[in-house]
Design a protein around this ligand. Structure first.
Ligand code: 1AG
Length: 135
């Protein structure tokens, strides 16, 4: 049985998001706005199938995947690139590798009690975000 990520989570911390966005080539003005956001993650999971929504007052981002199956990801509204993305289980962690123009791009999600953790990587930049399960 895979871990259960179903739920709604609110951001409580966000470290190094600015450098992650810089690595993705996001322009200055967009970075300034994006850095102030406290997004919400809405995760719908059915076994190995995931729908993940990141919701904010500025932009939303939505992606769907099946663990173990490579898919075409278009990071619409973010850096607008195409990646060949693949998510796998590392015990209860979700590990995504986003192959494309940017080296060393990907993310990891894991749960710690009522917190959802996310590490976003691009090139040398690592952003660490924590979300807390919505009451
Ligand atoms: C992700 O998480 C990232 C989801 O795949 C979005 C989070 C951060 C934004 C990423 C790059 C910055 C690019 C542009 C900044 C502009 C707007 C920021 C909007 C932020 C809210 C959408 C992994 C997984 C789901 O949770 O894919």
């Amino acid at each position: 049985m895979p871990a259960n990520y179903n739920g709604t989570y609110n951001m409580i911390s966000n470290e190094n998001f600015e450098s992650y966005m810089r690595a993705l080539g996001i322009d200055f003005a967009t970075r300034k706005i994006a850095n102030l956001l406290k997004p919400q993650k809405v995760i719908e999971q059915n076994g190995d199938f995931f729908r993940m929504k990141t919701i904010s007052s500025f932009r939303n981002y939505s992606t769907e995947f099946t663990v173990g199956t490579e898919y075409e990801e278009e990071t619409k509204g973010l850096d607008n690139r195409k990646c060949k993305s693949m998510v796998t289980w590392d015990s209860d962690k979700l590990v995504c590798i986003q192959k494309g123009e940017k080296k060393n791009r990907g993310w990891k999600h894991w749960l710690e009690e009522d917190e959802l953790h996310l590490e976003l990587t691009c090139e040398d930049a690592v952003c660490k975000q924590v979300y807390k399960r919505a009451p």
